[in-house]
Design a protein around this ligand. Structure first.
Ligand SMILES: Nc1nc2c(ncn2[C@@H]2O[C@H](COP(=O)(O)OP(=O)(O)OP(=O)(O)O)[C@@H](O)[C@H]2O)c(=O)[nH]1
Ligand SMILES: [Mg+2]
Length: 417
């Protein structure tokens, strides 16, 4: 699963303008007739909702548009280079590789981004004809196409994750509730990377992710590994799909729940709706009463559905929307705690200028600020703090005598016995 790729894009260079002159019968030297060069093609990024990963960029990272053709005689403009379109999945963020600045946030199907502009074609010599120069022997070169490296990140933003053992029917469910067309097959590990689909529930949209099948040890990388598990960390809700054709759906349930919790404790606690799939099969119908009771016993909502006949699907969607709306956003990714040494507030410093002693220090200055100097008790208490912090001793060591002035914060005190 690729979340981030660096790709190189280059617009086509503009074609060169031509230097040519008309050749006509009986005209020794005709006027200039060199055509302009063609424009270089652009490299465009376009959102394709059928894509859900950046996997295509494992094979190829350089994309160049075609250059413009050179201009030619008879004022013929060179052909423009064709554009090169690169398709990206929805949720792709395009960044400048050096500054990290976001250049485009590609979300909507069909949304465009001009990744690299093609160069302008050079002007042919007929454009340089003036009253004083009727036969210019000059033309322009084409402008070079823009080139740059871009960083593309994929935000896989799913609201609801569909999890379960291989072959449970997760991809089938996604294909029923959305326009997504994931591969479906009667063998395990058909889905290799998460697929996203948007389901319309009433007047709302929910993005579902069909997660590859999980097996025992998935948290440690068994099966297809666990890199895709992080993509369900941001989902608010899980649909845990049980395979009604399995010999032991409850055993599967416990196993998958364990894998999720082992991968990430909070994922194990993520709200779940359990759905027994393939209820069209007699085998599943037989299992249903017992499963319903057991899952309800765990305090979880449970429904019976069939991706094949669509039984129970609308109930499941309504339930999903209802729980989704009642849930808070999932916790933010944990930030790294920063430990700073705590400032020692008791520290103080005594400085002497003649018979004036200045005491600085956070705690003692605060104590001075909150003392009601008009009350003896308060003053006594302040003196106890001075002693406790070792300031009295420090002042004596510094040579203070009765009648000298002590400055603490904004206060001026007279030293007495
Ligand atoms: N009878 C019946 N078969 C179903 C139902 N849903 C899915 N299937 C079949 O179960 C098999 C597996 O379906 P998938 O949707 O590929 O299962 P998956 O959970 O995505 O499997 P992986 O991607 O391999 O983890 C296919 O042969 C489906 O046709 C259902 O409701 N009833
Ligand atoms: Mg699948």
């Amino acid at each position: 699963m690729l979340d981030e790729v660096k790709i190189y894009v280059k617009g086509g260079d503009g074609g060169a303008g031509a230097v040519a002159f008309r050749r006509e019968k009986y005209v020794p030297l005709g006027g200039p007739s060199g055509g302009d060069g063609g424009k270089g093609g652009d490299v465009l990024f376009v959102v394709d909702p059928r894509l859900s990963t950046l996997a295509a960029f494992q094979k190829r990272v350089h994309f160049k548009a075609e250059s413009g053709k050179h201009g030619s005689s008879n004022n013929k403009t060179g052909a423009s280079g064709s554009d090169h379109t690169v398709y990206l999945p929805p949720g792709s963020i395009v960044r400048d590789i050096d500054t990290g600045q976001v250049l485009a946030d590609l979300v909507k199907p069909g949304q465009h981004f001009l990744a690299a502009q093609g160069g302008r074609g050079g002007r042919g010599n007929s454009r340089f004809k003036t009253s004083t120069n009727q036969a210019p022997r000059m033309a322009e070169k084409g402008e070079l196409g823009q080139e740059r490296w871009l960083l593309i990140e994929l935000k896989l933003i799913a609201d609801v994750g569909i999890v379960g053992v291989p072959n449970a029917g997760k991809s089938t469910l996604l294909s029923v509730i959305s326009a997504a067309r994931p591969k479906i097959a009667p063998y395990p590990f058909t889905t290799l990377e998460p697929n996203l689909g948007v389901a319309i529930v009433g007047d709302r949209e929910l993005v579902f992710a069909d997660i590859p099948g999980l097996v025992e040890g998935a948290h440690a990388g068994v099966g297809l590994g666990h890199s895709f598990l992080k993509h369900i960390q941001r989902t608010r809700l899980l649909i845990h799909l049980l395979d009604g054709a399995s010999s032991n759906p409850m055993g599967d349930f416990v196993q998958i729940s364990t894998e999720l919790a082992l991968y990430d404790e909070s994922l194990g606690k993520r709200p779940q709706i359990v759905a027994l799939n393939k209820i069209d099969l007699p085998q599943a119908q037989e299992l249903w009463p017992e499963i319903k009771e057991e899952i309800s016993g765990h305090g979880l909502p449970v429904v019976a559905i069939s991706g094949a006949t669509h039984q129970g699907i609308q109930d499941l969607l309504n339930l999903a929307l209802e729980s989704y709306d009642s849930l808070p956003e999932p916790e933010q990714e944990p930030t790294i705690p920063v430990f700073r040494p705590k400032e020692d507030e008791d520290l103080f410093q005594v400085t002497r200028e003649g018979d004036v002693f200045r005491v600085t220090g956070k705690r003692i200055e605060r104590a001075a600020a909150v003392t009601y100097w008009q009350y003896d008790e308060a003053v006594l208490r302040f003196q106890r703090i001075l002693a406790a912090l070792g300031i009295t001793d420090a002042l004596i060591a510094a040579g203070i005598r009765v009648g000298d002035t002590v400055l603490i914060g904004d206060y001026e005190l007279e030293w007495a016995e």
